[in-house]
Design a protein around this ligand. Sequence first.
Ligand code: ASC
Length: 150
Amino acid sequence: MRKSSLVLATVCIACMPMLASAQFSRPDDAVRYRQGAFNVMGVHFGILGAMAQDKLPWDGQAVIDNVAIVDAIHKLPFTAFGQETSKVKSKAKYDVWQDTTKFEKARDNMFVRVANLVQTAKGGDQAAIRKAIGEAGASCKNCHDDFRSR
Ligand code: ASC
């Protein structure tokens, strides 16, 4: 390998952990990013919620597809709640930055519920998946109740 390729490879490997978490040049870019990610998550979680509540017919393949999207997206918004975004107008209550411990606990609870949904969905037991969707949805609502204004 030529020296220049080696340097490039080293730089790329060093950058890899950053690629999954976005970098923002301006606070309102971060706010739009997290709103977009939450919005996509809401659309796909909404389909799961509707199936769990029999507002949409149960569709095993749609469960798999939508759980995969929620799994891929659910951690992304939390890379975009930096302190510098607290002054940008959004629905985020100031408690996000004031009561960080509680916010992170609510976030981590959602991560656990989504991880459980991902595992449960692999098992294919419809009743268990319905329950896991309900629990994940409750973790969304719990955080919204405390940290999102209406
Ligand atoms: C959704 C969505 C939420 C949660 C929550 C569940 O589909 O957009 O915010 O589920 O309503 O209670």
